[in-house]
Design a protein around this ligand. Structure first.
Ligand code: ZN
Length: 186
């Protein structure tokens, strides 16, 4: 893994994921608040699951209030861009009447992909918090880390691993169920 000159983005993900981070940073994330908002993202993910979509959910928070929710629904919408994060960003921008979302934090149950990471940068989010890592398409440290790419001009603060076990279990249970259905010819 490359180390960014800023030194904080990539390591913040690793530290949070292992639970090793303490109150070392000047603005240490509020763990209880992060977990509470991640639970709301998990609730949003359950809406995706109910619709037969891969269960990923997201919420956007400003000043301690949820201003938007989104869940994954590319199949139902016939839209490859209909990821939970994009849905939440669109709803938040609509709610604020602003295509940029300064001061906002996005919580999402799965590590964002490159498309969503790009959208987050365009939105000028202050912070991004994700749950489970995505070793296949994760663009926040798993495959690449676009948030530590200094050639890109906006950097949201990044935290990963919040309620990672719960977020990950939801996904693995969904895929196990789908494999079982495939074996049974459904
Ligand atoms: Zn995405």
């Amino acid at each position: 893994m490359s180390v960014s000159p800023a030194g904080s983005v990539g390591s913040a993900v690793a530290d949070t994921a292992t639970g090793a981070t303490g109150a070392t940073a000047a603005a240490a994330p509020d763990v209880a608040a992060d977990e509470a908002f991640m639970r709301l993202a998990i609730e949003a993910a359950s809406l995706a699951k109910a619709a037969g979509e891969v269960p990923v959910g997201a919420v956007v928070v400003k000043d301690g209030q949820v201003i938007a929710t989104g869940f994954n629904q590319p199949i139902g919408r016939h839209d490859p861009t209909a990821h939970a994060e994009i849905a939440a960003l669109r709803a938040a921008a609509g709610a604020l009447g602003n295509y940029r979302l300064p001061g906002c934090t996005l919580y999402v149950t799965l590590e964002p992909c490159a498309m969503c990471a790009g959208a987050m940068m365009h939105a000028r989010l202050a912070r991004v918090v994700f749950g489970a890592s995505d070793p296949k398409t994760g663009a926040c440290g798993s495959v690449v880390n676009l948030f530590s790419e200094n050639k890109l001009n906006h950097h949201a603060e990044l935290s990963g691993g919040v309620l990672a076990a719960e977020c990950g279990t939801m996904l693995s249970a969904f895929f196990a169920e789908r494999r079982s259905q495939a074996r049974n010819g459904n």
